[in-house]
Design a protein around this ligand. Structure first.
Ligand code: ADP
Ligand code: TRP
Length: 332
């Protein structure tokens, strides 16, 4: 039986963080043996926020290096830059004819961006989910490992797939968001406000490139209080977040010890944060060091991206030829 197809992308908009790791990259690494995987740097998507051209290339190389440092094997997966596949913008154009202004304006991530950057509400932002759908269905993917924040975009991809198939004939399967834990992940920021992210909440986000003392400092500052006064009481959101981080990187016994201490009101958050900081350092340091080494070898990164793009184009050009044929765009 042929392997199921998987696609996912990460924007080249800054340093990768713990949210990217647990929402996306950890799954990539676990999927690479069992699935036919296409993973890419979404550099076109990054253009919606007008990055400085001088910084774009370094950001793209770093995303590739950090993905490799987390354990992706370029022999097993296609790892490439979105802009190396001209078939993607072609399919994006086709899908734009089936995407309606009204539905695009309702997307919560679009509304957030309108609030954040009212001076730059460009058409690329509005059609962001259309480009993302093209990224996914260009390889006929069925599984898309992403964090919780992307769920709605994948639902839109299913809508576009159905519209295309109904109008022109069956071509694309429906893609679904995927996480090995059965639930999509949202890694919270350390200040208790929203999720960790590349550009917001910089001091409350743990980056895979953070040095040990920076990790310790950020965790030390995480919001806590004087502790519970009633046994087995409900945890406030910011305390839940610290436990969630501990669950991700600390051994189960450590997590259980602090949970029990919370429940019998003997918990000392200072100790808990110290423990979490050490476990976090042990988790991040090897990835950081490996990514640094890889970034020092640009030739190797370029070779991996070129080979990845070749593999990905073989699949993309097949799909676009089929789409053109179904649409009647095959004159010669
Ligand atoms: P960011 O939002 O930090 O700019 P991207 O938009 O490039 O990152 O997201 C890349 C992947 O990482 C997506 O699959 C996204 O769902 C996931 N992701 C980003 N932040 C988090 C988070 N805090 N928790 C879980 N997954 C996340
Ligand atoms: N929109 C995603 C994000 O902001 C990144 C992305 C672009 C993506 N194209 C994709 C993710 C295709 C999965 C599949 O996180």
């Amino acid at each position: 039986m042929s392997k199921e197809i998987v696609v996912s992308g990460i924007r080249s908009t800054g340093f990768l963080h713990l949210g990217n790791y647990f929402g996306a990259m950890k799954n990539y690494v676990q999927m690479q043996d069992e699935y036919n995987c296409y993973f890419f740097v979404a550099d076109y998507h990054a253009l919606t926020t007008h990055p400085d051209p001088k910084e774009l290339k370094g950001n793209v190389y770093r995303v590739v290096a950090e993905n490799l440092a987390c354990g992706l094997d370029p022999e097993k997966v296609a790892l490439y830059a979105q802009s190396d596949l001209p078939e993607i913008p072609e399919l994006y154009l086709m899908l734009n004819m089936m995407a309606y202004k009204g539905e695009l304006e309702k997307v919560p991530t679009f509304k957030d961006k309108v609030r954040q950057q009212p001076e730059n509400v460009n058409a690329g932002l509005l059609t962001y989910p259309v480009l993302m759908s093209a990224d996914i269905i260009i390889h006929k993917a069925v599984k898309v490992p992403v964090g919780k924040d992307q769920e709605q975009h994948i639902e839109m991809a299913r809508n576009f797939v159905n519209r295309f198939n109904n109008r022109y004939g069956e071509l694309f399967p429906e893609p679904y968001a995927f996480n090995f834990s059965n639930e999509l992940v949202k890694v919270p920021s350390l200040d208790g406000n929203g999720k960790m992210s590349k550009s917001e909440n910089v001091n409350a986000t743990l980056y895979l490139a953070d040095e040990d003392d920076v990790i310790r400092k950020k965790i030390k500052k995480a919001k806590t209080d004087s502790g519970p006064t009633e046994p087995n009481s409900e945890m406030p959101e910011y305390i839940k977040n610290i436990f969630l981080l501990m669950k991700l990187v600390s051994p189960q016994e450590v997590y259980d010890t602090y949970t029990n201490a919370y429940n019998d009101c003997t918990i000392r958050y200072g100790d808990m944060k110290k423990q979490l900081a050490e476990d976090m350092v042990n988790f991040i340091a090897p990835i950081r060091e490996k990514a640094k080494d890889l970034q020092n070898n640009e030739d190797q990164l370029k070779k991996i991206m070129k080979e990845g793009a070749e593999k990905a184009r073989a699949s993309a050009s097949k799909t676009i030829a089929e789409a053109r044929k179904l649409m009647g765009i095959n004159y010669y």
